[in-house]
Design a protein around this ligand. Structure first.
Ligand code: ATP
Ligand code: MG
Length: 389
């Protein structure tokens, strides 16, 4: 099939958003008679006027051939070898065109055949992610009618959506991620397919699901992403314990925290704080049920136990390889809240003791979120801020 080619005057990509080192990599491959393009998310972001986070490159050069051209190149991956080309702290991923069978609806276990540039474009997930860009010709090469969908802000799978979701159910999570992040609409057939294949997500490895969720926690669209996960029914499958607790009352509080966090311009998104947004209202509810309603005030040790169990049930059971350091950081953020604003209002805040802790700034940022929703937290937050000056 012949691709549609859009030259300079027919697309809005501006070269100055492209990392000059990515251009060097492409240039060098082309100088040695290989084809090479920017691909995937970077082309999509460039078209949308967003500076891409990373610049992925695809080429017809085989991994060993790439390696001979670049001194700063490392081949990684056993099943499918990829080249990582390093420029200081930056790494560009250069992959050889791959094929994929667009008609086979079996869960993909083997994704490691080399292919043509057309096959490489068509094995990608969504039309907006399937464009190639040749920076030397200033040309977009479109095998998947992707440019049209970027223009009309539409998310559509490449090929039959039911087949593509069955092949790799993680694509459903990615779809909601792009919807939340870019505020695009989902094309009707793609939407029908996701709604009728939700259960397929159980076939994806928890590590990959967690990887996509973590990536999303680095953007400022977490509240809309989790709302979509909930509306479509994924939270119920992926985080069953969390969803049991997030009934209408707590869900509102969790999303308010997330919204405040997403809107804090000055802060870089922080995964542990965002996850704490979900757990904090549940922890408060558990304290209410187990202690306050029984006319008891829990000791800090009791709260630590509840926190530990909550993190285990909500995060570690569904994702056994949930990183330990994150578990500990989330526990610290949550537990510190009860030191900063003790349940017993007669008790004094233990801020002085906590302020020397290396993760104190995270606990304080979380108190800052609570401060948007609660007077007492706002007073305590203001006091600490004054002390720190
Ligand atoms: P982000 O901005 O979050 O990095 P991205 O689109 O660049 O978004 P990556 O995970 O970096 O996402 O993947 C790079 C590209 O690889 C995608 O744009 C898409 O073309 C392709 N891709 C990634 N995951 C899949 C998948 N599960 N199935 C098919 N293609 C995929
Ligand atoms: Mg990417």
């Amino acid at each position: 099939m012949q691709p549609v080619i859009y030259l300079d005057e027919n697309h809005p990509i501006s070269e100055d958003r492209i990392d000059p080192d990515a251009l060097k990599v492409i240039h060098r491959l082309k100088k040695h008679d290989f084809s090479a393009y920017l691909v995937g998310g970077s082309v999509r972001d460039l078209l949308l006027g967003i500076t891409p986070k990373d610049f992925d490159i695809s080429t017809n050069a085989k991994p060993e051939e790439i390696k001979t051209l670049f001194r700063n190149c490392l081949l990684i991956g056993r099943r499918f070898r990829l080249a990582h080309i390093r420029f200081g702290p930056k790494v560009f991923e250069v992959s050889t065109f791959r094929s994929g069978d667009p008609k086979d609806d079996n869960f993909i276990v083997n994704d490691n055949e080399f292919g043509t540039e057309e096959q490489d474009a068509k094995r990608r997930d969504f039309t907006i992610n399937g464009l190639l860009y040749d920076p030397e010709e200033h040309a977009i090469i479109d095998y998947v009618h992707g440019l049209k969908d970027v223009d009309s802000k539409l998310l559509r799978t490449i090929g039959d959506p039911v087949i593509r979701f069955k092949q790799d159910p993680i694509r459903m999570i990615r779809l909601l991620k792009f919807k939340a992040r870019l505020n695009f609409d989902i094309e009707q057939e793609t939407d029908n397919a996701i709604r009728s294949n939700i259960q397929e997500i159980k076939k994806s490895s928890p590590d990959r699901v967690l990887g996509e969720v973590f990536k999303m926690l680095e953007t400022k669209a977490t509240s809309s992403f989790f709302e979509l996960l909930m509306d479509y029914g994924f939270i119920q499958i992926l985080f069953p314990h969390l969803s049991n607790f997030l009934g209408p009352d707590l869900k509102g509080t969790a999303f308010k925290f997330l919204e405040v966090a997403d809107n804090q311009e000055i802060y870089q998104p922080e995964k542990n704080i965002l996850l704490a947004c979900f757990l904090y209202p549940i922890l408060e509810k558990k304290i209410q049920i187990h202690y306050i309603e029984k006319d008891r005030i829990p000791h800090l040790g009791d709260i630590f136990d509840l926190t530990r169990d909550l993190i285990k049930d909500t995060l570690v059971l569904p994702f056994p390889r949930f990183p330990r350091w994150m578990r500990e950081t989330i526990a610290f953020i949550l537990n510190s809240q009860f030191k900063l604003t003790p349940i017993d209002p007669k008790k004094r805040s233990r801020k002085h003791k906590l302020m020397g802790h290396k993760k104190f700034s995270l606990a304080l940022r979380f108190l800052g979120l609570r401060a948007h929703l609660d007077e007492r937290c706002a007073r305590e937050y203001a006091k600490i801020k004054r002390l720190k000056k």
